[in-house]
Design a protein around this ligand. Structure first.
Ligand SMILES: [Zn+2]
Length: 154
């Protein structure tokens, strides 16, 4: 499905509304080799955020971290804010990413465990594997989150 509005895939390469959650993969702001698997559950707004090696996110202690905020923001670009609000069961008069995040945050949601992270991450890898590209020497936006320096280092 084409995004409702253009997204920056480098920041949030994968986001989906699935399994009763907004969930996805968010690039680390500081370490280009690391990604976070973040999710927020519908109704309870129970959230979780951990790295791809299943380490807990230091920012997600008692409140939404920046990865979760980025995930919600990107989900509204991908699916439209109204659909995201409806999916999460957030009652806001005029849904925006900020209003949705604030409304959920105000309920002081609890932090869930990271059991979902492995399945979210494998969904993401499957999603990447299904992408088909025409042979091209031009930059591929879907792959821009991959650290380009990695190949040189290894
Ligand atoms: Zn986080």
């Amino acid at each position: 499905m084409p995004p409702a509005r253009p997204r920056k895939l480098a920041k949030v390469p994968f986001v989906e509304l699935a399994d009763g959650r907004v969930q996805g993969v968010v690039s680390s702001g500081s370490d280009i080799g690391r990604v976070y698997v973040s999710s927020v559950a519908a109704s309870t707004y129970e959230f979780s955020c951990s790295t791809n090696n299943n380490r807990p996110c230091g920012g997600a202690r008692g409140m939404f971290c920046n990865h979760i905020l980025a995930l919600i923001n990107e989900s509204t670009l991908q699916y439209g804010a109204e659909r995201v609000a409806r999916y999460l069961r957030v009652e806001v008069p005029e849904p925006t990413a900020q209003a949705i995040s604030q409304t959920m945050g105000a309920t002081r949601p609890s932090q869930g465990d990271s059991t979902a992270a492995a399945s979210v991450f494998s969904q993401f890898l499957r999603h990447l594997a299904y992408l088909e590209f025409e042979a091209s020497t031009a930059p591929v936006p879907e792959l821009q989150w991959f650290p380009s320096t990695r190949a040189a280092v290894v």
